[in-house]
Design a protein around this ligand. Structure first.
Ligand code: 5GP
Ligand code: ZN
Length: 137
């Protein structure tokens, strides 16, 4: 079964395409959070980070970085850029084909991530780091 972003990649669904190459596609988000909000997707379907080929992830990020640089330059330049990726329902993922949000930011644009930072002690930070470290070897 296909997904909406696979349909866009295949040219069977409409999209306002910003960039396309052999591996990735970037197109405007239909419900932008800020003006100019777009999405970068790998052409090969992957649901989330777990099944995304690392090489495709690198290409998605590199394309997002390149677009962000363009957004920061030129006449209608953004004052900042957020890159955002939701992996899993609990993280806010709604479309299950990996995508990187690229959000041009301007003062007063109304966008914000809600979150209340805690101030854990060094012992807790070290414990969390120690639990992850062996899994990354
Ligand atoms: P998520 O919450 O999964 O990270 O974000 C999904 C994004 O895809 C949303 O920002 C939503 O507006 C966008 N979206 C959903 N369906 C379509 C579509 O058919 N075309 C485009 N261009 N964007 C879509
Ligand atoms: Zn797909």
């Amino acid at each position: 079964m296909s997904c909406i972003f696979c349909e866009i990649v295949a040219g069977r669904a409409e999209a306002s395409v910003v960039h396309e190459d052999d591996d990735v596609m970037a197109f405007m988000d239909i419900r932008p959070w800020t003006s100019g909000h777009l999405l970068v997707v790998p052409k090969r379907h992957a649901v989330g980070l777990a099944d995304l080929e690392p090489a495709d992830g690198q290409k998605v990020f590199a394309t997002g970085q390149r677009i962000a640089r363009v957004m920061r330059g030129g006449d209608s330049s953004a004052e900042g850029v957020n890159l955002f990726l939701a992996d899993g329902v609990v993280a806010g993922q709604e479309v299950f084909h990996v995508h990187l949000h690229v959000l041009p930011r301007r003062r007063g644009d109304g966008f914000g991530l809600r979150g209340i930072p805690r101030s854990p002690g060094r012992a807790e930070l070290d414990k969390t780091a120690a639990a992850l470290r062996p899994l990354l070897r």
